[in-house]
Design a protein around this ligand. Structure first.
Ligand SMILES: [Zn+2]
Length: 196
């Protein structure tokens, strides 16, 4: 089980390295890593488990964050309207197109690999089209998909993709973003987890 002690922090060289493509077909080891990454996100969002193991809530995790420098990432979260669960294990993802229009998390971004509060806003593409292999843990298959992501899920994806390229969000923060609309969450009562 992945816990916070497995997650490397700012200053670790793996976090600034470009991760390598995952070799296909997926090895059993890579499959297990992906399953563990997904389970970490679920555990971190399950209050009793998160409390028992002192897990910070996360909606995304990239393999380099557990010191595995390969192009794999996990996303497990609802969208900003709390309508749909996005549950992805991505292998070798890439952006094939994106909008010029940008958006940002109104409260800034957080990261499981960064232990301090970072002030500032992170510009992200509003929509991205992503070509990726998705690993389905139930059927134990890897299939290529094209995903059209927008809003919160697009932001989470771009944060995780940055990890595969050795980039932390702290490199992208701006004090203000002129003419860019922040992402709107449907409810203000329900606070969304934003650690990635
Ligand atoms: Zn992060």
């Amino acid at each position: 089980m992945i816990t916070m002690k497995d997650i490397i922090r700012e200053g670790h060289p793996t976090l600034t390295k470009r991760a390598v493509d995952v070799r296909l077909p997926l090895s059993n080891k890579d499959k297990n890593t992906l399953k563990e990454m997904r389970q970490f996100l679920i555990n971190s969002q399950t209050p009793k488990i998160a409390e028992a193991y002192e897990l910070r809530p996360g909606v995304g995790l990239a393999a380099p964050q557990i010191d595995i420098s390969k192009r794999m990432l996990a996303i497990y979260t609802e969208d900003e309207k709390f309508e749909k669960l996005h549950d992805y294990l991505m292998v070798n993802p890439r952006i094939v197109s994106h909008t010029e229009a940008q958006t940002y998390m109104p409260g800034g971004e957080g990261c499981l690999s960064i232990d301090r509060e970072v002030e500032g806003l992170v510009p992200r593409h509003k929509r991205v089209t992503v070509k990726t292999y998705l690993y389905d843990t139930v059927r134990d298959v890897l299939e290529e998909h094209t995903l059209k992501l927008k809003g919160f899920i697009a932001i989470v994806f771009q944060h995780e993709l940055d990890h595969l390229n050795g980039v932390l969000f702290t490199e992208r923060v701006k004090a203000t973003l002129e003419g860019v609309e922040p992402l709107q969450f449907k409810t203000i009562e329900k606070e969304s987890p934003k650690e990635e």
